[in-house]
Design a protein around this ligand. Structure first.
Ligand SMILES: O=C(O)C(=O)C[C@]1(C(=O)O)C=C[C@@H](O)C=C1
Length: 278
């Protein structure tokens, strides 16, 4: 029975993505929740899949407004075993969940840093003096909201329903078109072949033009990169790992050739997966 680790507690956007994956993959399943294992942080969910406690981890990777989820990018680079099996894109609409009757009664607002950032203009305008408290997920602060009438949390409408808490304002995200991409990660033995591929590499030397060579490998073959993002290697200042998404399956001969050549112009090259996006 496939068990799925996700960023919890219950009611997170990541849980919605995990449920969507289960419904797509196993449409005949009767009881989805019994397969769902919440973890308090993204890195713990990823570790659970890596050490075999669960088969799959579902984690956020990128928001259309705030960009990459750094904890996921760093964990992907460090992971020796996990591959991307599927990507899921969900619209994200945030609610202000609180037992306070009016905005002026609120003293603290809890949310995941992505949740706070996606509602920053709204917060500046409507709750400018309220203390913002970053949590590991949008739902972590909901227990406090249940106990403290001056506390509020930014989370989904579904979370308010699960915890039986009222919504004071909805939607409060600054951009109506707000999307987050989630990844379904599984062990390499179950590697998939899909229409999209992701890889990451570090460079041999930190010198002018070092990034041009790997990029030319793709440009010369007319391979389109749909995303490039960098993270520090954590070895020394100014050294980066580059994450690249490509709209091509890994078994495309053109792409396969590019990968061979990429080995010679990068220090460490990781194929993160070949997968479908839904
Ligand atoms: O805290 C949650 O509800 C999550 O699923 C995490 C997360 C994220 O890390 O981006 C997912 C979607 C939204 O962008 C806000 C938060």
């Amino acid at each position: 029975m496939t068990m799925i680790a996700y960023l919890g507690p219950a009611g997170t956007f990541t849980e919605m993505a995990a449920l969507r994956y289960l419904q797509l993959k196993y449409p005949d399943l009767e009881h989805y929740p019994s397969r769902m294992c919440p973890y308090p942080t993204i890195s713990q969910a990823i570790k659970a899949a890596e050490n075999g406690e669960v088969e799959i981890a579902v984690v956020p990777i990128e928001n259309s407004i705030q960009g990459g989820v750094t904890m996921t990018l760093d964990s992907l680079w460090q992971s020796e075993l996990l591959q991307i099996q599927q990507a899921i894109v969900l619209p994200i609409a945030h609610a202000l969940i609180t037992r306070a009757e009016k905005l002026t009664d609120i003293k603290t607002v809890y949310s995941h840093p992505q949740g706070l950032a996606q509602c920053q203009q709204w917060l500046d305008q409507h709750l400018p003096t309220v203390q913002q408290i970053a949590t590991d997920s949008t739902t972590e602060g909901l227990h406090t909201v249940a106990e403290d009438i001056t506390a509020a949390a930014i989370a989904s409408e579904r979370a308010a329903e699960i915890y039986n808490l009222p919504i004071l304002e909805f939607p409060i995200n600054d951009q109506p078109d707000n999307f987050t991409r989630f990844l379904v990660l599984g062990r390499t033995a179950t590697t998939t072949q899909g229409t999209h591929s992701s890889l990451a590499f570090s460079l041999k030397r930190n010198m002018p033009g070092a990034l041009v060579k790997p990029l030319l490998v793709f440009a010369d073959r007319q391979i389109n990169l749909s995303r490039i993002e960098s993270r520090p290697t954590k070895r020394s200042l100014g050294e980066y790992i580059f994450f690249i998404d490509i709209d091509a399956p890994i078994d495309d001969p053109n792409f396969y050739e590019a990968l061979q050549e990429l080995q010679s112009v990068t220090e460490n090259l990781k194929i993160l997966g070949s997968y479908e996006v839904c």
